[in-house]
Design a protein. Structure first.
Length: 463
């Protein structure tokens, strides 16, 4: 068995629990579908009681259970499994005092920025990070609980839908450095004062900052001065990235190259730097500088950081590209289907407009969610960046996208459906060889279904 992540005695000590039978584990899971042999299974109680799935977890190889009810498995017994998971996360943090910890939040780009920081941390030594988008009240403690005791550096993604959600998560992580990628109109239906409420909620990441910690902030964002003030109140040192010469990292230019990547020119602490990325999205100009500053704050040498950035590929659903072979040639699918809001939509459209295409620029968009009473306006206003990007054809799905459909000239209208699934057939029939097709929308509005439908046209995939 590999080195134990936790022994039953350590789990009991961390959680105030009682060892019912001795065991040791190499991982932690809350989902039987992802249980690995040797894991600790933590049955949480929500819409379903996770204790009902203990037999399946054991069958899948779980070595022990953190349980609040009697189970037919080696277990540590606690009163509340959710509180016990939180306590296990805090214990994991405290037993690794050597670990430099970073935390990332923001209205746009936090997952990709976290992944890019992780790439740099892994090149520099023993590293740990969130998987997928484990950024909420369950995901952050779970990620901490999975952290090995010899971890040198770690980075955590921290998200929110409402005020007050980030403060406890920051308190769990106790980061030495935090980044707020940007603040924009995301989840604003949950805030009475709109974007100002979002800015305050994002600033909560400063709540758990270790003394002498660093805050990496976007100087081009309209909320920069507010966030800088909040960071200084929290005792943080502020490092900024953006277009101003006053920034710690100043972006001079972002130039897409001919093979789907880009070249960034910048000034970092007064020193000119130029580096290549595999990313083509214009938002990766500032994002790359955010990553570099966070890696510096976590004691990663600049050469290592630049090497990691140069090899960091777009994530599935967040700008990953595929060549789809069809009769007569191929088209390019740009998969941005994981999430969308007005800020990321504009960035993606700007990127599409900047690239050279053999055929047509085609965009396929589904609803942006949680935009409140201004949702119709936010959707309709996408007509302007679509026009600036010289998009040839637009396909739209969802009740909110009807506002954009009505704002488009007839020459750009490819197809509209209120239900996402009903757009797949007309979309598939309209794509031609040479087209560049970008799919983007909120995860909840099923943009991923349209990306999958386009990917399924690949004659190579069909054999």
């Amino acid at each position: 068995m590999p080195d134990a992540l936790w022994t039953a005695d350590e789990i009991a000590k961390a959680t105030g629990g009682r060892v019912a039978a001795d065991f040791a584990v190499t991982g932690v899971s809350i989902d039987t579908r992802t249980v690995e042999p040797g894991d600790l299974f933590v049955p949480l109680v929500g819409a379903r009681d996770g204790h009902d799935f203990v037999p399946q977890a054991v069958a899948n190889g779980a070595a022990g259970v953190l349980a609040a009810k009697a189970v037919a498995a080696p277990a540590v017994m606690v009163e509340d499994t959710f509180k016990a998971l939180e306590a296990l996360g805090v214990a994991a943090r405290d037993r690794a005092p050597q670990c430099r910890r970073g935390a990332v939040t923001g209205s746009v780009g936090k997952t990709s920025v976290t992944r890019a920081i992780e790439a740099g941390l892994r090149l520099a030594g023993k590293a740990h990070a969130s998987v997928k988008s484990y950024n909420n009240h369950i995901g952050v403690p779970l990620t901490l609980a999975r952290m090995p005791r010899d971890t040198q550096r770690a980075v955590f993604e921290v998200g929110m839908n409402h005020a007050g959600e980030i403060t406890p998560l920051s308190g769990f992580v106790r980061p030495h450095a935090v980044a707020i990628t940007t603040v924009g109109p995301v989840h604003i239906e949950n805030f009475a004062d709109g974007e100002a409420g979002v800015a305050r909620a994002k600033a909560e990441i400063l709540a758990g900052l270790e003394p002498g910690g660093i805050a990496v902030l976007n100087a081009d964002n309209r909320w920069f001065e507010f966030l800088k003030g909040e960071a200084e109140k929290a005792g943080a040192t502020v490092w900024s990235f953006g277009s101003s010469p006053d920034c710690t990292a100043q972006l001079l230019s972002f130039s897409p190259d001919l093979v789907g990547g880009s070249v960034v020119r910048a000034v970092l602490r007064g020193e000119p730097v130029e580096f290549s990325l595999l990313q083509s999205g214009v938002h990766w100009g500032p994002n790359s500088l955010c990553v570099l500053l966070m890696l510096e704050a976590l004691d990663v040498p600049r050469k290592t950081a630049l090497t990691a950035l140069a090899g960091f590929a777009p994530i599935e659903g967040r700008g990953a590209e595929k060549t789809i072979r069809v009769e007569g040639g191929a088209f390019t699918l740009v998969d941005e289907s994981y999430n969308a809001n007005p800020v990321s939509m504009q960035a993606a459209l700007t990127t599409l407009g900047a690239r050279k295409v053999e055929g047509r620029r085609v965009v396929v968009l589904t609803d942006m969610l949680e935009l409140g009473e201004d949702s119709g306006r936010f959707h309709a206003e996408l007509a302007e960046p679509i026009a600036r990007a010289n998009v040839d054809l637009v396909f739209l799905a969802g009740v909110h996208m009807k506002s954009l459909w009505e704002a488009l000239p007839p020459t750009r209208r490819g197809g509209y459906a209120e239900v996402t699934e009903k757009l797949t057939a007309p979309l598939a029939g309209a794509i031609r060889p040479g087209d560049v097709v970008m799919v983007k929308g909120s995860n909840g509005s099923k943009a991923g279904l349209l990306a999958q439908a386009l990917a399924a046209l690949d004659r190579g995939e069909q054999g």
